[in-house]
Write a protein that binds this ligand. Structure first.
Ligand code: FAD
Length: 453
């Protein structure tokens, strides 16, 4: 096969085909045909033109931390890795934006922003590997959505090579521009199905005050919402994340950590507020205790303890990885989370007695990660079948609650079955229409997300 880039920019080594052929899902066996490493937008354009001539399917690939199989190449696709397009190109401190190539690692951007006296707030535990292009393509969420919103809120401009091989420059970097449709939004969250994102302009903000962290243990999630409400009214809230007791045990066992409280409670909530709100938060915690909303509370005394508190939340995905969980990343309206989880629990207990479920997520966004793991007596195959059926059952519950089966991880390969089951499926016709404009040959991420033509 003749590849469109020089030999130093592609690999068919077995190790590379395996590593670049999969993401964090570990559910789909990798089978890439080649890994291409473009170094510029024109390289990417050459790759797409080559794909058109050879009817070769392409898989755009970022840091491969995705949790929906979007970057998986399991059918002989060519992987287009953005690892070498990792330069920060331009800072604009007055307009407060940065222009960068898509392969810049999220944490590198965060650190570079700090060194320029600025701040990029989209943040999550995979920051050390995920790339900005992948963050845009998944419209990533994370732990600060309650304060700063999702990736979409920070994208000022994009440069994209579409499936037709055209370079589309959507980088006016203007605060205001109502010149017709704002096309960049079509690519945000498109999971690599409309175009290859080559450059991104991101808004930046000023660094927040130092933060303070409180950890609370509670038994009833309804109390968590009373707590959330009291915090929202009187503090600047940065994060409000939760995990259940099963997640806590798994994190502590895997990482040799002490549990934070002697008392056992069903849920732990990790809360960050501005430093100025410390005293206010301490007063509030006394009220929560008096009202019996919480079982225990602890305020971090210093930066080291803040990090220790956050470990309980941030180490969850890594700690669960060896259990190969099936991740249901779902959302409902915030107020309905407790009722929704009760409905899920009911289905689990009555119909899936062998399956264990662990809950954690972004409580203030109504975004719960329902991680299902196989029971000790179940084979991997039996669990795979059961977890797919369970995901459909959860989707049915979501339909009743007006929720979404894909909150922040995307649809990828993992949630193909759910697309027809969701009440939101009627939107797919319009998405596929848009797909046929930007990628008429269906070369980009075929079979993923809304890609099936
Ligand atoms: C420990 C852990 C914690 C996580 N926490 C969160 C969280 O809190 N919130 C959250 O939203 N996600 C979270 N994730 C999921 C994941 O990190 C995000 O979805 C992230 O945005 C993926 O970025 P990536 O570069 O790794 O993308 P990849 O996994 O490489 O790709 C994801 C999708 O984007 C496409 N893509 C990648 N690069 C490009 C490009 N340049 N152009 C076009 N398409 C492209 C791929 O084809 C694929 O469809 C977590 C993952 C892990 C492992």
């Amino acid at each position: 096969m003749n590849y469109p880039l020089p030999k130093s920019q592609w690999s068919v080594e077995a190790g590379d085909l395996e590593a670049y052929g999969r993401d964090w899902t570990r559910r789909f066996p990798p089978k890439a045909s080649v890994v291409l490493f473009p170094e510029s937008t024109t390289d990417v354009q050459a790759v797409v033109q080559w794909a058109q001539q050879n009817k070769q399917a392409l898989v755009p690939s970022g840091g491969r931390t995705g949790l929906a199989g979007g970057a998986v190449a399991s059918k002989g696709e060519a992987v287009v890795s953005f690892d070498r397009m990792n330069k920060i190109l331009e800072w604009n401190p007055i307009d407060r934006w940065v222009r960068l190539q898509a392969g810049v690692v999220t944490q590198e951007l965060q650190e570079a922003a700090v060194s320029h006296g600025l701040y990029f707030p989209v943040d999550f535990a995979s920051r050390g590997s995920s790339q900005i292009g992948g963050n845009v393509a998944t419209n990533a969420g994370g732990i600060h959505v309650i304060r700063y919103g999702m990736m979409r809120d920070w994208v000022l401009g994009l440069e994209v090579v579409t499936g037709t091989g055209e370079i589309l420059k959507l980088q006016d970097n203007l605060v205001k521009n109502n010149f017709g449709l704002d096309l960049k939004h079509l690519f945000i969250g498109s999971e690599g199905c409309l175009g290859l994102i080559t450059e991104v302009s991101l808004k930046l903000t000023h660094a927040p005050q130092d933060r303070h962290c409180i950890l609370v243990a509670l038994d009833d999630l309804r109390s968590a919402f009373s707590i959330l409400e009291s915090l929202r009214r009187t503090t600047t809230l940065h994060a409000f994340e939760f995990l259940d007791q099963a997640c806590l045990e798994q994190v502590c066992a895997q990482h040799g950590l002490e549990k934070p409280f002697a008392e056992v409670a069903r849920f732990l909530v990790v809360i960050d507020v501005d430093e100025k709100d410390l005293n206010r938060m301490i007063d509030l915690a006394e009220v929560w205790e008096a009202k019996k909303w919480i079982v225990s509370a602890a305020v971090a005394q210093n930066e080291k303890q803040i990090e220790e508190f956050w470990q309980y939340r941030e180490l969850i995905s890594e700690s669960l990885a060896s259990l190969k969980p099936y991740k249901n990343d779902v959302s409902v309206q915030v107020a309905r989370v407790p009722e929704f989880l009760e409905a899920v629990d009911q289905v689990l207990t009555s119909q899936y007695p062998g399956v264990r479920s662990l809950y954690f997520g972004h409580l203030a966004d109504g975004n719960v990660h329902i991680n299902c793991v196989r029971g000790s007596s179940q084979s991997e195959q039996a669990f795979a079948t059961q977890s797919s059926q369970l995901a459909l059952d959860i989707t049915e519950i979501l339909n009743r609650f007006g929720g979404s089966p894909s909150a922040e991880h995307g649809i990828g390969l993992l949630k193909q079955d759910l697309m027809n089951a969701s009440l939101q499926a009627d939107r797919m016709k319009w998405m596929r229409g848009i797909k046929s404009i930007f990628d008429p040959q269906g070369l980009l991420n075929p079979g993923k997300s809304f890609s099936a033509l």
